[in-house]
Design a protein around this ligand. Structure first.
Ligand code: GDP
Length: 357
């Protein structure tokens, strides 16, 4: 899938850079272009992708602290500059845009929902958010900001692909110490998903097409991604159990939003050497994911890799019933303690969280 990435805020910029690097290093060619946008000059300086400083008139390059409403305001004011800077990054070949942000801070939290809405006005292609949820030990401001940001971005984006900051760091390690490792993990999984949508070389028996990613994501408002890999035998018959057990591991222990086992739609990509991928195993894995998640649609395909291992990537869309999202929203509501404001959006009914706009 030919994607353009726009990182907003510090986490957004770093994650976008990690995604660009991963795509280049593996020679995927799925990431067509990228831009990092921030109100804080010092967060843009270390990045080696194109950058744009916004809100200079108001905050002089010093950032917005944790004020996500200010982040939203500055993004709104400078939308023309951002859209301008994306000229050449988003082209007629681009199939989807990902706005990447940590939802708990200020610039990304406020700016990402605004940018998603504005990009949707300008472009006909899907605009997704790749959003990071704060871990449970991050402060109340992060939780409250992320709650409001999530509520707003879910309404605006074609889908919001979530990564819980607690998903991929070792117990005992702080989230901050784990940033680099988490970003690598995200880049690897999302990178493989986008690359899978590009694998049209005819080597694989059944390839995944960009439209299958888009159609899977169309069946929901929030999504999560899982991955696991295992050693494989040169004999595909011996790999039937390898594929099914790896699919299980991917869903049960490898998800970007842990404890997510229900979804409306799923995409299952089996990556590995085409000679080692067992058709029967792939079929069984898909059926198992279908039963386990209750998904009405499970799409799938192979991704040819010159490797001794087999890997299973699972994209789940329509994950509103995830326990982890529920407990995050409880934390966010508790931290926000705002007046009730009914909202018809799925997952936010009878909600005390205010949207950002
Ligand atoms: P902003 O620059 O104002 O948008 O704020 P940040 O991007 O620093 O957003 C804060 C949230 O993002 C918090 O939940 C942080 O834990 C998280 N965060 C900051 N940097 C990173 C990072 O490099 N990786 C990940 N996974 N999360 C990050």
């Amino acid at each position: 899938m030919k994607a353009a990435l726009v990182g907003v805020g510090q986490a957004g910029g770093k994650l976008t850079q990690a995604l660009v690097r991963n795509d280049r290093e593996n020679g995927y060619g799925a990431v067509q272009g990228a831009l990092a946008v921030n109100t804080a000059r010092q967060d843009l300086t270390p990045l080696d992708i194109p950058t744009l400083l916004i809100g200079q008139d108001v905050v002089s390059g010093d950032g917005v602290g944790g004020e996500n409403e200010l982040g939203a305001e500055l993004m709104q004011e400078d939308t023309p500059e951002v859209v301008n800077a994306l000229d050449g990054t988003i082209t007629s070949r681009t199939e989807a845009v990902f706005v990447v942000a940590g939802l708990g801070g200020g610039t990304g939290s406020g700016g990402a929902p605004v940018l998603v809405r504005e990009l949707k006005r300008v472009y006909d292609i899907p605009v997704y958010c790749l959003g990071v949820l704060p871990g449970r030990n991050e402060g109340a401001l992060y939780q409250a900001n992320a709650g409001r940001s999530l509520k707003t971005v879910v309404r605006e984006a074609d889908n919001t692909l979530l990564v819980d900051n607690d998903a991929w760091h070792a117990s005992g390690e702080s989230v901050t110490d784990a940033y680099a490792a988490i970003n690598q993990t995200v880049a690897h999984r999302i990178g493989l998903l986008l690359a899978a949508g590009e694998a049209t070389n005819g080597v694989a028996e059944s390839v995944v097409d960009s439209s299958e990613i888009i159609n899977t994501l169309r069946n929901g408002s929030m999504a999560a991604i899982g991955y696991a890999s295992a050693d494989a035998s040169p004999d595909p018959e011996e790999n039937i159990n390898v594929v099914t057990s790896t699919a299980r591991k991917s869903l049960l222990t490898g998800m970007s939003v842990p404890e997510t086992t229900e979804s409306d739609a799923a995409l299952v990509v089996v990556a590995g050497h085409p000679d080692r991928i067992p058709r029967k195993g792939v079929e069984r894995a898909r059926r198992w994911i279908e039963d386990e998640t209750g998904s009405t649609q499970v799409r799938g395909g192979d991704y040819p890799l010159d490797s001794d291992q087999l890997a299973v990537l699972v994209l789940l869309s329509g994950i509103t019933r995830s326990d982890r999202i529920e407990s995050f929203l409880d934390r966010a509501r508790e931290a926000a303690k705002t007046d009730p404001e009914p909202d018809p959006t799925e997952a936010f009914q009878n909600d005390e969280l205010d949207g950002l706009f």
